[in-house]
Design a protein around this ligand. Structure first.
Ligand code: S3P
Length: 429
């Protein structure tokens, strides 16, 4: 699908963005492992979450929509059944990596596969620690890529320091550590999103965190819960940047999760001179939630590196657009992980924004952008099938002179199907 956009006059109004993707995956998986019926309110309805629902259903879990929530009938830590067919994780790295951990500790055989993009994403990062726990898990090309074949069995705990800063790796190890014998200890070099830890603790798992070290003692059953999923800050980020760079804008984004392991985009926008206010801050479902009122501002350059990267890893493509509209030269370093996302996001954002006239240069671990307050020039760009590239380009299109056509615009359905409608609602004409 192609979408053609024109420059925005201003951005005005009030929106609620789609529910958090990371939290939605975890509610489904953990509710399946709990004993009894969990209810999930405001779960994300998007392709990646459908992949997790499909897999959990094939594993014998009853998942149904009822009124405005999803009901998951959990069967306990050892209640899953062997699926009769390959589990198709679609485009979703989170589904595949989290399930690889969970299924390594279940007493049956599974195969996890995905689409072309997922089939090229690195899996040794989960296979290695799981093998240390005693798992029998193998992958294509010398254990590097999907499909993954798992002969599940009782595992032993490990003490592990992941090489890559990845919440998916951490969560896979924790899910494997829930069953089997012995404590699992994880120390992260750089903290990553902590939704799994928060939810496991709230559901009664024996999980504690001491001086940054996560300790999980297996064996305790998980209690079914009523979950409420906040808005996804990674989806809000597109609109935060949009309202910041389109002159004369004022936008209220309601109910956004601002978990401190995820709020790097706010810290960066603030340092760039962005104008926003956090209002109505509260806690729901163990996560901090707020409304964010954002106004346009004259942005200036920034360097993003080190510990900040995992706090905004998914927001870097749209932050490249903010940098293109900022005065000065901005740099992103230590972000090589972007190369192994749904597409090589460093190459994709550099080439596509360059096509719109942005002065942007690719580096092995990031990019540098020399911004200007002048309009970019519209043209034909391609999402390359990556949802976050599609939405970043849609934001860039709003400061382009002339028409911009986005090819493969349907990619937004992976995480944010309402994106085009919301954009349409708030574009001043
Ligand atoms: C996610 C973790 C991040 C992020 C992805 C979702 C998660 O990936 O990019 O969109 O839900 O745990 P990594 O763990 O590979 O950094």
């Amino acid at each position: 699908m192609d979408i053609t956009l024109n420059k925005a006059k201003s951005i005005k109004g009030e929106i609620i963005v789609s529910a958090d993707k990371s939290i939605s995956h975890r509610t489904l998986i953990l509710a399946s492992l709990a004993r009894g019926e969990s209810r999930i309110r405001n779960i994300l309805q998007a392709e990646d979450i459908n992949s997790t629902i499909r897999c959990m259903t094939q594993l014998g879990i009853d998942i149904k929509h009822q009124d405005d929530y999803l009901v998951v009938k959990g069967k306990g830590l050892n209640g899953l059944k062997e699926p009769e067919a390959v589990l198709d994780c679609g485009n979703s790295g989170t589904t595949m990596r989290l399930l690889s951990g969970l299924l390594s500790g279940q007493n049956f055989f599974t195969v996890l596969a995905g689409d072309d993009s997922l089939s090229r994403r690195p899996m040794s990062r989960v296979i290695e620690p799981l093998q240390l726990m005693g798992a029998e898990i193998i992958g294509r090309a010398g254990n590097r890529y999907p499909p993954l074949a798992i002969k599940g069995m009782s595992l032993k705990g490990i003490s592990y320091i992941p090489d890559v800063a990845s919440a998916q790796v951490k969560s896979a190890i924790l899910l494997a550590g829930l069953t089997g014998n012995g404590d699992t200890l994880i120390r992260e070099k750089i903290p990553t999103r902590d939704h799994s830890e928060r939810m496991l603790a709230a559901m009664g798992a024996d999980l504690s965190i001491d001086d940054g070290e996560i300790k999980l003692v297996p064996g305790r059953e998980l209690a079914a819960q009523d979950f409420l999923v906040p808005g996804d800050i990674s989806s809000a980020a597109f609109f935060l940047v949009l309202a910041s760079i389109v002159p004369g804008s004022e936008l209220l984004i309601r109910d956004v999760g601002i978990n401190p392991t995820r709020d790097g985009v706010l810290a960066v926008l603030e340092e760039m001179g962005g104008s926003f206010k956090i209002e109505n801050q509260r806690v729901f479902g163990g996560e901090v939630v707020a409304d964010i009122l954002v106004r346009s501002a004259d942005l200036k350059d920034i360097t993003i590196e080190g510990k900040m990267i995992p706090r905004l890893i998914d927001e870097l493509p749209v932050l490249a657009v903010a940098m293109a509209a900022a005065q000065g030269t901005s740099v992103v370093k230590n972000a090589e992980e972007l190369r192994v996302k749904e597409t090589d996001r460093i190459r994709a954002i550099v080439e596509e924004l360059a096509g719109l006239g942005v002065e942007i240069k690719e580096n092995p671990d990031g990019f540098s952008v020399t911004g200007s307050r002048e309009l970019l020039k519209g043209g034909i760009v391609n999402s390359r099938g990556d949802h976050r590239i599609a939405m970043s380009l849609a934001v860039a299109a709003q400061i382009c002179e002339g028409e911009t056509t986005i090819r493969n615009a349907q990619a937004v359905n992976i995480s944010f199907p309402e994106f085009w409608d919301l954009l349409d609602q708030i574009l001043g004409r």
